[in-house]
Design a protein around this ligand. Structure first.
Ligand SMILES: [Fe+2]
Length: 190
């Protein structure tokens, strides 16, 4: 957080979750808020700039992703305030606190946008999954549930994005054009 004093300050509230736990949860939620705002604008960036033969469906898909993320921005920020914390929801706070790398501003091709978003959705999905465990550990089942809801959709969206790439990636791994068999599962992996 850019300002540790404010990020750990709580309003008085009658909620029964102990303040020590709420401080940690609020800091985590503000990290999520920054990453969610960042990812939403990245999906919009892709929506506006994508070109190529799959233009229309990618243009639409990227807008749908941005719309979902906008809903999460509101859910996450309002969970911060429900816990008595300050929500850091400005573009500058997001830029300062996001865990995601900046989006490449010079790409156009659909596949490049899908790859850039897949990389970032995977990082975001990891952050959200870790937050489920952390908030559960801190005794806040409701925030863990909020994270679980986000997690399920983000995993599904990562699948939607990666489905555009996986045939080419499998072919590249197999080293034979035209072969799309998936890799054998190594011995010992169940
Ligand atoms: Fe649009």
């Amino acid at each position: 957080m850019s300002d540790n004093t404010i990020s750990s300050r709580l309003y008085p509230t009658r909620i029964d979750i102990p303040a020590e736990a709420r401080v940690q949860i609020v800091v985590l939620l503000n990290q999520t808020l920054a990453a969610t705002l960042d990812l939403k604008t990245q999906a919009k960036q892709a929506h506006w700039n994508v070109k190529g033969t799959d233009f229309y469906q990618l243009h639409e898909l990227f807008d749908e992703l941005a719309g979902e993320l906008e809903e999460y921005v509101d859910m996450v920020a309002e969970r911060v305030t429900a816990l008595g914390g300050y929500a850091f929801g400005t573009a500058r706070a997001a830029a300062a606190n996001s865990i995601l790398p900046e989006y490449p501003l010079d790409i156009l091709d659909g596949k490049d946008h899908v790859t850039a978003l897949s990389d970032r959705f995977a990082l975001y999905a990891k952050h959200i999954r870790q937050a489920i465990a952390k908030t559960d550990e801190l005794g806040d089942a409701d925030t863990a549930d909020l994270y679980t809801e986000i997690s399920r959709t983000i995993d599904k969206r990562l699948w939607f994005l990666e489905a555009h790439l996986q045939v080419a990636e499998i072919k590249a791994e197999n080293g034979k054009a035209g072969t799309t068999k998936t890799q054998k599962i190594p011995a010992g992996v169940k």
